[in-house]
Design a protein around this ligand. Structure first.
Ligand code: DGJ
Length: 366
């Protein structure tokens, strides 16, 4: 009896310590417990490195189909090592005011936060769909905070670049046509769905979003305070029907990783490269290799994931992590994460190989 009891205590102790054990590796697709042992809830997210800590912001999902709409807001976690994440609570809360644009039940997707050293403000942009309107509003929205973990104050949403022409405008873009969505939206402002942010060397910030019914991406320069659009933008991957943009800069070149447009279902990733952030971007094909043994999905389905962010690893050179979401639209809170190291081959091509378990030592010089 006593032996059985001791064994039970030992088992409980072991299982508690395995939940809270320091993680020393990434295990893509598997549940990823935070400091409380709860699976991280930061989907479609992005990461800000600030004063020695990484901050992961993402969509807080809930259970059931309803969890595909925003019931809570944007969740924040912090980490020193990228493996172990501390719950920093909800950074942007949905509102209970039915007049608010971010009333509970709206859609808040792909939040990203950047820091403005001039204003000392943290600025969050995200894709907003108004409650009860499906995905028709296609707005970008902005919130701001004096502290990195928030709470963020919601400012406004809009369709950007109203009345503006892109830096790479062509005469045919200004001719009306049934499928000329750019022309259709000039006056009202351009659609803005899946998005990311990028702060370039020199401190200029860019907003990159799926526009024109998801047919074309728009890359827009933000104002110096990062709180608005300047009206300077470019249309890229024109009519290629890409979304889920994630970008990094390596050796002076911009690598733009995207997915196809198939709702929550996985599809094939591809990337494109440019010498100027506004393009032109040269399509380079699918960077993914190998198969995810957890679901049998290979490069043609991005291992079951969809891109959301490319994270430069601090203190290591040429070290970037590609972040993907594995969506679970029937029970969105169960969505998992695939983080993989980006390799560059001898021709500077991006390569992303599936790994079941890996750590940051892959970036150390061989
Ligand atoms: C794909 C997008 O990448 C997601 O962020 C989300 O908007 C889904 N579509 C909705 O179907």
């Amino acid at each position: 009896m006593r032996n059985t009891f001791s064994l039970a205590i030992l088992t409980v102790t072991l299982s508690i310590s395995s939940v809270f054990a320091e993680r020393t590796a990434f295990e893509p697709t598997k549940p990823w417990p935070d400091n409380n042992g709860v699976h991280i809830n930061a989907h479609g997210g992005g990461i800000l490195f600030h004063q020695g800590l990484y901050y992961w912001f993402g969509e807080h999902k809930t259970q059931g189909r309803r969890g595909n709409t925003a019931q809570v807001g944007v969740h924040c976690y912090s980490s020193t090592d990228l493996y172990n994440w501390k719950d920093e609570a909800v950074a942007l809360h949905v509102s209970d005011d039915p007049e608010s644009e971010i009333v509970r039940g709206c859609v808040i997707e792909r939040p990203k936060v950047i820091y403005n050293p001039k204003t000392k403000k943290f600025v969050m942009w995200f894709h907003l769909e108004l409650r009860g309107q499906g995905y028709t509003a296609a707005r970008t929205a902005v919130a701001v905070s004096d502290t990195v973990t928030g709470p963020y104050t919601y400012l406004r949403s809009f369709r950007p670049n109203a009345g503006k022409h892109p830096v790479n405008v062509r005469p045919r873009d200004l001719r009306p046509g049934a499928e000329n969505y750019f022309h259709r939206d000039i006056e009202s402002g351009q659609m803005a769905r899946d998005m990311t942010l990028f702060v370039d060397e020199g401190g200029k910030a860019y907003h990159i979003a799926a526009a024109e019914e998801n047919y074309t991406l728009h890359i827009s320069l933000l104002t110096d305070d990062f709180l608005d659009f300047t009206g300077i933008f470019s249309r890229v991957l024109i009519r290629m029907h890409r979304e889920a943009p994630a970008i990094c800069k390596r050796n002076g070149r911009y690598y733009l990783l995207t997915s196809g447009c198939t709702g929550w279902a996985p599809n094939e990733a591809s990337y494109a490269v440019a010498d100027d952030i506004f393009g032109p971007y040269e399509p380079m094909g699918n960077p993914c290799r190998s198969v995810n043994p957890d679901n049998g999905m290979g490069p043609e389905l991005t291992f079951g994931g969809q891109s959301t962010f490319i994270l430069p690893v601090e203190g290591k050179s040429d070290a970037f992590i590609a972040m993907f979401d594995v969506w679970q639209p029937r029970n969105p809170i169960d969505g998992t994460y695939i983080w993989l190291p980006i390799e560059f081959d001898a021709d500077d091509r991006m390569v992303i190989v599936y790994r079941e378990k890996w750590d940051l030592s892959v970036f150390d010089p061989q």
